[in-house]
Write a protein that binds this ligand. Structure first.
Ligand code: PGA
Ligand code: ZN
Length: 383
């Protein structure tokens, strides 16, 4: 049995140069386990609540450590239950979802190490998947807008999704299309159009929400890719009918296969209409709508609001709950897309998590910026 001996919490910089939480969990035999947590910018208001970094550090050292010292790291459900009980709030606002998640993640990483198996394989074991699934398709955000870029695009993310579950083939395609897109943007708008946004996609100074799809279409010519968007519509002020018109054109002209958060985070009804209208040809996905929360997912299920769901461990705060959300999505027959956050560190945990839970897709930004490349390279390593 491997026990938790100590936890040292500290602050490190994330990819937006904001402070974030990093911990080193020391195991009984002295093995150090490091993890750090990501942070969203277009976060949903129903996500579990993170606290400031200093407060998270204090909570880990003063409240969590005394409770988990000596705990068996391989008892993931037991540990997560204890963390949830210790917090005692419905949204983890007392201890902070960031503080809780760091400890929960570290236990998984520690157990995998001690079991002598890759992290993704250990996660597959605790997720108790019925049958081994293929690797996730990679959802690459190659043009950034919304809150993730300084341009005037309302849509937050323009995605290419290679039509393959083979990681190497997928990265080869994304790599080729990303470079071609850079050349096209440079030729059309000059070098500044190749500057990148928070998730590594280009952030050209465009204001027509359809233009990025034309650029991507040209760049992707000859490759087997689907196109998608994450509207992150809770941050869009455009009225609903204009948005609907925009989506209609996108689907008709560009055969959009993936639409995430097309409407405000509480507008289940509009999601339902969208899924009824386009759900046969596109994955209509909840992110801020569902926030990796089984109660919100249940409402979306009852109302037939989506046929796909984003899973972000830091939206819910523990590994057990994130895995439970994946299992629930499977029961509902939804596509499961595991996702990074816009504020990331070099921790590549999410790549193993996506493979481990057998996600259909994994969102890891563009193949640029160290914190995104870390996830690409980890996927390549897993193979
Ligand atoms: P966030 O964006 O990490 O800033 O929330 C990602 C997303 O909306 O999918
Ligand atoms: Zn999103």
């Amino acid at each position: 049995m491997v026990r938790i001996k100590d936890i040292k919490a500290s602050k490190i910089l994330n990819s937006r140069s904001d402070w974030t939480l990093s911990i080193e969990m020391l195991l009984g035999d002295g093995t150090p386990i490091r993890v750090s947590v990501p942070e969203g910018k277009s976060s949903g208001s129903h996500e579990a609540a993170s606290v400031g970094v200093e407060e998270a550090i204090n909570n880990i050292e003063k409240i969590i450590l005394p409770a988990v010292r000596g705990f068996d790291v391989s008892d993931q459900p037991g540990l997560d239950r204890m963390l949830i009980r210790l917090d005692g709030t419905p949204n983890k606002s007392r201890l902070g979802a960031n503080a809780i998640l760091a400890v929960s993640m570290a236990a998984v990483r520690a157990s995998a190490l001690k079991a002598g198996v890759p992290l993704w394989q250990y996660i597959r074991g605790i997720a108790r998947l019925e049958s081994p699934r293929v690797r996730p398709r990679i959802f690459a955000n190659v043009i950034n807008g919304g809150l993730h870029a300084g341009n005037a695009l309302d849509i937050q993310e323009y995605l290419i999704i290679p039509r393959t579950h083979n990681i190497r083939e997928s990265v080869d395609i994304i790599h080729a299309v990303y470079h071609k897109l850079g050349t096209i943007c440079n030729g059309k708008y000059g070098h500044s159009a190749c500057l990148v946004g928070d998730e590594g996609g280009y952030a050209p100074a465009l204001d027509n929400n359809l233009s990025p799809l034309s650029l991507i279409q040209s760049a992707a010519e000859g490759h087997a890719v689907d196109f998608g968007i994450d509207a992150a519509a809770s941050n869009i002020t455009m009225d609903k009918n204009k948005l609907l018109d925009l989506y209609r054109i996108m689907v008709d002209q560009f055969k959009l296969a993936y639409i995430e958060d097309p409407f405000q985070e509480d507008d289940f009804q509009s999601f339902t209409e969208m899924t009824a209208g386009y759900g046969d040809s596109a994955i209509i996905t909840g992110d801020d709508l569902t926030v990796t929360n089984v109660n919100r997912m249940e409402e979306a299920w009852e109302r037939k609001s989506v046929n796909g769901v984003i899973i972000k461990p830091n939206q819910v705060g523990t590994m057990t709950e994130a895995i439970e959300a994946v299992r629930r999505a499977r029961d509902y027959g939804w596509s499961v897309i595991v996702s990074h956050r816009s504020g990331e560190t070099n921790d590549d945990f999410i790549a193993d998590f996506g493979v481990g839970v057998g996600a259909d897709g994994i969102k890891i930004g563009a193949p640029s910026r160290g914190e995104r490349v870390a996830k690409y390279n980890r996927l390549l390593e897993i193979g």
